[in-house]
Design a protein around this ligand. Structure first.
Ligand code: SF4
Length: 322
């Protein structure tokens, strides 16, 4: 073999590898920026964080909570206000829980942290009959412990890692099975009235978080250690949303936009709009004739970012066939 040819081939391979690494870095930076921008926007829109806050960040060891912590750590550095973070993990003593993973990870981060150990697993196993779902009691116990911990730590806010897709899944579950148009609010006051719970990733997309967590190589702790079955209805909805996202670009974005753009006069909740008192007043609506508005049908791609606009003819057909 001609040594010159081999040298050229090696140089080409090196150049290709460099170009690929550059592209990967560029995509990662874009992804990171998108998540940070989404979090910054949600924090601002909902007034989630104020000067002097001490935020307890709940860390389960899943991709969402790692992303939440690192996003808040970044925002803490660049925000014009001062706030503190304390990461908290609740070790529920599930069999096989790798208790060293989170302390090891957190020790490498510049953040205050606390690991709480409470054997809720045994309580749940003891109280819930075999074969019945354990999640309701487990979540209630966890919530109580986290509230107690927040109080003990002097936290003013409790941050959870739920994202846009969790919010949409919950919306659909409530519509399909709960007869209510409600979801997970980005900000709420706890049932006992003592804590403000915030969801800074409310605008972030799960697929972005998943890619980000993979790129960051977070030490993910599996979430099925308790042996409980994943909520079947939620899984069905999740799969449905994922299919729509693939087939109809912009639909999920449009759905999320919808919950930020509620028109009580065009729904049917008499507690939200005084339908009974409604009478013609002879004044034309400045927005034109909206009384018999047809739903907008067609292209939802306006809700996509510029670089996400459908490219292929097949995708464009899906957009039109919304
Ligand atoms: S999946 Fe397991 S750990 Fe999670 S809420 Fe249900 S019982 Fe608790």
């Amino acid at each position: 073999m001609n040594p010159k040819t081999t040298d050229t081939q090696n140089e080409n391979l090196h150049a290709d590898a460099q170009a690929a690494a550059k592209k990967k870095k560029y995509s990662f930076n874009k992804l990171e920026k998108r998540i940070r921008r989404a979090a910054g926007q949600a924090i601002d829109d909902f007034g989630m964080i104020t000067d002097g806050d001490r935020i307890m960040v709940c860390l389960s060891g899943g991709k969402d909570s790692y992303t939440l912590l690192s996003t808040l750590q970044y925002l803490q550095k660049v925000a014009p206000i001062h706030f503190e973070l304390i990461a908290v993990n609740l070790d529920q003593k599930q069999p096989g829980f790798p208790e060293h993973v989170l302390p090891n990870y957190l020790a490498t981060q510049d953040v205050e942290f606390k690991i709480i150990e409470e054997d809720t697993y045994s309580i749940v196993k003891d109280k819930v009959p075999e074969g019945k779902t354990t999640c309701a009691l487990c979540s209630r116990l966890r919530r109580g412990i986290l509230y107690k911990t927040a109080k003990a730590l002097g936290a003013t806010k409790i941050a959870l890692g739920h994202h846009r897709d969790d919010i949409l899944e919950t919306l659909m579950l409530n519509m399909f099975y709960g007869g209510a148009l409600k979801s997970m609010p980005p900000k709420l006051v706890s049932d006992n009235g003592e804590h403000v719970v915030i969801r800074p990733l409310a605008y972030a997309r799960e697929k972005d978080i998943a890619k980000y967590a993979e790129a960051k190589q977070y030490p993910i702790i599996p979430c099925n250690l308790c042996g409980s079955q994943e909520n079947l209805q939620r899984k069905v909805i999740k799969d449905l949303l994922k299919t729509w996202d693939r087939q109809y670009p912009g639909r999920i974005e449009s759905m999320f936009k919808a919950i930020t753009n509620v028109v009580p006069s065009h729904l049917a909740d008499t507690r939200l709009f005084a339908f009974r008192e409604l009478v013609a007043n002879g004044i034309a609506d400045v927005n034109g004739d909206t009384a018999f508005d047809q739903p907008k049908v067609g292209d939802a791609s306006e809700f996509l970012e510029e670089d996400e606009q459908p490219q292929s003819a097949a995708q464009q057909v899906h957009v039109i066939n919304l």
